[in-house]
Design a protein around this ligand. Structure first.
Ligand code: PMV
Length: 344
């Protein structure tokens, strides 16, 4: 970062004071790390698009070692956002700028440098870790010390699923009753150490998806005749998954997780035009997971807004599940339950 900006303005590590041309006197830098989460019970559909509150409650597990690390310098000559070494422009840049405005509408220009150690925007929940890390780094750099709930409310407005990545372990995200949406945030259910699970990602594609989760869910909500049934069944699925997690009952959790996934996919398929994230290998993996279960191996599948399949299993069965998945895809990532977002 040092020397990135012209006009003799130097941005270095740590926080320090200086003055730029706009007279903004404080330059603060903070770096945060967040893990992505995958929804065991899905968020799909919005209650309020501006506040980014969900139509349904959801429940997730935070996953390591996938992570986003984000550095924010608050008070620079121009806004400059870099993700994985590439300068962000257009709509994506506007989305980040708007998010920073939530922290301080009178903010100075800000520099962001963010890095994921896993594919971005490919249905691997990169937006969950991205906005959780950005919320923590940017609010800290702006001199605000937000508690996890406030951080979750902020992160939610960048990307819904990010509201859950503030905590490690198992987290639910509630719908809003209040008009301003401030009661729609993550709630920790059980920490990382509660239950040692494995989640295997069968990588069907690491390409950026053609339809963003935001566009896909809006189209689905507007056009799928199945959306009402999906919405009505969400709260019971969250209650069932929460009970399964507290009881450490993997079969119960896997069953309700798959059911939530397939109901979400049904709303996508019944949108007009249909939203199809699956590829042939996606379906092959789904069948392989069923076949594993028929042989008594604990394995349940879930998908998000992308072709990749995530398989929930035990650490003991992970090797056997991985070998099966590798018959259908070239790459399998084995993940475990991750910790909370934190400053580094
Ligand atoms: O947080 P978003 O806007 O990327 O939406 C995430 C949507 C799903 O991944 C499909 C489900 C979820 O709950 O994470």
């Amino acid at each position: 970062m040092v020397g990135m900006f012209p006009m003799g303005f130097t941005v270095g590590a740590g926080s320090k004071s200086t003055q730029n041309r706009r007279g903004y006197t404080r330059v603060m830098k903070a770096t945060a790390l967040a893990h992505p989460n995958i929804a065991l019970i899905k968020y799909w559909g919005k209650h309020d698009r501006v506040l980014n509150t969900p139509a349904v409650p959801s429940l997730s597990v935070t996953l390591a070692p996938f992570k986003t690390e984000t550095s924010v310098t608050w008070g620079t000559p121009i806004d400059h956002f870099v993700i994985n070494g590439v300068t962000v422009a257009g709509d994506a840049s506007a989305r980040v700028a708007q998010f920073l405005d939530l922290i301080d509408p009178k903010r100075p220009p800000v520099a962001i440098e963010s890095h994921n150690n896993f594919p971005t925007a490919a249905g691997l929940a990169s937006s969950s870790s991205a906005f959780a890390a950005l919320a923590l780094a940017a609010s800290t750099a702006a001199g605000q010390a937000l508690n996890p709930t406030a951080l979750s409310i902020l992160a939610r407005q960048g990307s819904g699923s990010a509201s859950r990545s503030v905590w490690g372990g198992f987290v639910s995200w509630t719908t809003a009753d209040r008009e301003d949406g401030t009661d729609s945030h993550g709630h920790p259910i059980a920490p990382k150490d509660h239950w040692d699970l494995a989640v295997l990602v069968a990588l069907v594609s690491d390409q950026k998806k053609a339809v963003s989760s935001r566009d896909g869910m809006n189209l689905t909500q507007e056009t799928s005749p199945l959306f009402g049934g999906w919405e009505a069944s969400g709260p019971a699925d969250v209650a069932e998954a929460k009970a399964a997690i507290l009881a450490k009952d993997l079969s119960r959790l896997g069953t309700v997780m798959e059911h939530s996934t397939m109901k979400m996919v049904a709303t996508m398929f019944s949108a007009q035009p249909a939203v199809i994230y699956m590829q042939p290998a996606t379906v092959a993996v789904l069948h392989a997971v069923r076949a594993l279960r028929a042989k008594g191996i604990p394995a349940w599948a879930t998908m998000d807004a992308g072709p990749n399949v995530k398989v929930l299993t035990t650490p003991q069965a992970a090797h056997q599940v991985e070998a099966t998945l590798l018959q259908h895809v070239k790459t399998v990532h084995t993940l475990s339950v991750g910790g909370p977002a934190r400053l580094i």
